[in-house]
Design a protein around this ligand. Sequence first.
Ligand SMILES: Nc1ncnc2c1ncn2[C@@H]1O[C@H](COP(=O)(O)OP(=O)(O)OP(=O)(O)O)[C@@H](O)[C@H]1O
Ligand SMILES: [Mg+2]
Length: 232
Amino acid sequence: MSKKGNDMNPLVQTKEIIKTYTLGRTEVHALRGLSLDIEPGEFTAISGPSGSGKTTLLNLLGLIDSPTSGTVFLEGSQVKYNGLTKLHSIRLEKLGFIFQTFNLIPVLTAYENVEYPLLLAKKSSLQRREMVEKVLREVRLWEFRKHKPNELSGGQRQRVAIARALVNRPKLILADEPTANIDSATASEILDLMHALNEEDNVTFLFSTHDQLVMQHARRIVKLHDGVIIRD
Ligand SMILES: Nc1ncnc2c1ncn2[C@@H]1O[C@H](COP(=O)(O)OP(=O)(O)OP(=O)(O)O)[C@@H](O)[C@H]1O
Ligand SMILES: [Mg+2]
């Protein structure tokens, strides 16, 4: 497989990450010293029982949350958590998210949902139009562009969420249980689409999942238990 970009460093890396949530007087140890390297072009699943830390890990890798201790590196640069504007622009430029519940904006059409990150990234209207059309055609939703989320099926909503994650052409897509709310035929179709994007455009995918189907498609499976990697 061809590898574009910076081959010297992993795309994203964690070193000895600890994440502890404090709830009143109790501490929840969600991640307990986790080190992981993700190379450009990977198609990797993170599996593990409920509560093992999968979502917490994705949120840290996606710069949505910060660790209690330890370090996250993106393309070899250490992520600093004191510059919120910088973090925000790194997220917009390099990362895409697919959330379990899709997180689409109900009052916006499919087109507008996908366009939204481009507005945040201050792309021109011409660029927006081109990028949104391209990605909506890729996920075969161009004809549905005027539908709002509640006028779409579960699989179509999931494809809008994928299109929104992809529209900026990020290097890394983080997907939290991407097939949890769709039937297995649709899940299979979605996985084929992600595979194609991985192979043709070298987009790196990192999923959290319980789904056997997703694990069968993954090239690497990282298994978590109680906030540590027990198998890789
Ligand atoms: N915001 C939070 N505040 C307190 N505890 C939290 C918070 N988020 C997660 N946790 C706890 O951290 C641990 C890891 O949670 P996480 O959501 O990462 O698990 P998960 O592997 O994604 O589980 P699931 O498969 O159910 O989605 C759990 O014990 C959870 O209760
Ligand atoms: Mg989770």
